[in-house]
Design a protein around this ligand. Structure first.
Ligand code: SAJ
Length: 399
């Protein structure tokens, strides 16, 4: 069976490889010529544990091809980004809409278009169905894999298939069941859309709770990590970790869809998102307090360790560090110094590519990301003043 995966980014590429590995004939399509060229040269386009091994196995031994062209096949999987409109907070489905329009130019009657991209409840009925100009089937199969553990989760996560035509849902379930040993739950399209957004919103709200606790504890000189550790020993309490903010393309984005669509109802969610968004500025405020306490007067002697949105990945979309750099533009004449072992290109001003050079030029290090590199080399920080937003270093200043 031939499957055309549209969009070869963080979700599409691992998905295409997993399907090919399971025995399907896969064509991966992306409009980014450079990306397709890189893949065709036998190189992966981002780092993820286990991705390169699977890529090499699949391109050498299985049936896959990468192209900028759409295909005429029985099944399409659409995994393109869905940003949100910063003003209205509503989902911006333009990439999904364009991909579906393209597919419709190539597909035959009775083919099935599976949308994996996250969309807010009702989007497929309201924005995609009206585009359909021939007899094709629509399915929503939101992905659940977490960057950093994607390859494992693709094989073992349970997942949701939303289909308004039951027999089509059953056929799509058969496809995914060849790739995962997790349970596959069938529901309707709108419910599937809602589940995906709710899952990420659950995590966003819980992170916001931890972040608010960090602020409260800091205000009253309590150790938030000690409080959380003790509370989490209660059998029904499981508080997440506070941090310098929430990044990535999912948890910092998807909950806004609910705020945008249900503004008079989504009060808690709105506040939670505002709390998470306030964290980078809060880190800056903590840094000022620490500078004052230690007689550091010059922000030139302050550096941010980590640019990516979380540890040991090279994805920096919506990252707390980038949010902080944006926020500091209003306060500081010159951008803070920055370093990240996963970011090889020059992304921001005052960026270092060598940890030792970076540390040499600063007195106060703000740990924004707990990459293994720093967790395993904390001794390099022994002569520094450290604001540790990720709780990896004993004796350091905390959030
Ligand atoms: N974070 C905290 N405290 C925590 C956990 C996370 O501050 O206790 C921060 C991280 O540092 C990061 C952000 O939140 O900046 C998001 O990271 P994450 O690891 O929680 O999640 P993502 O965005 O990488 O992946 C999420 C996952 N969703 C859930 O866990 C409900 C993943 O399963 C989804 O597939 C993914 O979103 C997606 O694509 O929607």
């Amino acid at each position: 069976m031939k499957i055309n995966v549209i969009g070869l980014g963080y979700i599409g590429l691992p998905t295409a490889l997993t399907l090919a590995n399971a025995g399907f004939n896969v064509i991966g399509t992306d409009y980014n010529k450079e990306l397709v060229k890189t893949l065709n040269e036998g190189k992966i386009t981002f780092k993820e544990d286990g991705l390169e091994e699977l890529f090499n196995e699949v391109i050498n031994n299985k049936n896959i091809k990468f192209t900028t062209e759409y295909q005429d096949v029985d099944y399409y999987i659409i995994s393109v980004p869905t940003p949100y409109d910063k003003m209205s907070k509503k989902v911006d489905a333009k990439y999904v809409i364009n991909a579906v329009k393209e597919v419709l130019n190539y597909c035959h009657e009775d083919s099935t278009i599976i949308i994996e991209s996250t969309v807010s409840p009702g989007t497929i009925n309201k924005k995609i169905k009206p585009l359909i100009n021939k007899k094709v089937h629509l399915v929503h199969a939101p992905e659940r894999i977490i960057p950093g553990n994607m390859m494992y989760e693709l094989k073992h996560n349970s997942r949701t298939i939303g289909a308004d035509e039951k027999e089509i849902g059953a056929k799509v379930k058969e496809i995914y069941q060849k790739t995962t040993d997790g349970d596959i739950i069938l529901t309707d399209i709108k419910s599937a859309e809602m589940t995906k957004v709710v899952e990420n919103t659950f995590r966003a709200v819980n992170i916001a709770f931890a972040n608010e606790l960090a602020k409260i504890c800091s205000y009253d000189n309590l150790d938030v990590y000690e409080i959380i550790k003790i509370c989490n020993m209660h059998p029904r309490v499981n508080i997440l970790e506070p941090g310098p903010g929430v990044g990535g393309h999912c948890i910092s984005v998807d909950p806004w869809f609910l705020v945008g669509d249900y503004p008079f109802l989504a009060k808690l969610i709105n506040e939670a998102m505002n709390i998470n968004d306030s964290m980078p500025e809060y880190v800056l405020k903590r840094a000022r307090e620490i500078m004052e306490e230690n007689n550091i007067t010059d922000f030139k002697r302050v550096g941010l360790y980590g640019i990516t949105y979380k540890e040991n990945v090279d994805d920096y979309r919506e990252s707390p560090t980038l949010q902080l750099l944006e926020a500091q533009k209003n306060h500081l004449a010159e951008p803070l110094k920055v370093y990240d072992p996963f970011i090889k290109e020059d992304l921001v001003a005052n960026q270092y590519h060598n940890l030792k050079d970076f540390l040499q030029d600063i007195d106060l290090v703000i740990i924004m990301v707990k990459h293994n590199e720093i967790v395993n080399n904390l001794d390099l920080l022994k002569d520094k003043i450290v604001l540790d937003t990720k709780n990896i270093m004993k004796g350091a200043y905390k959030l």
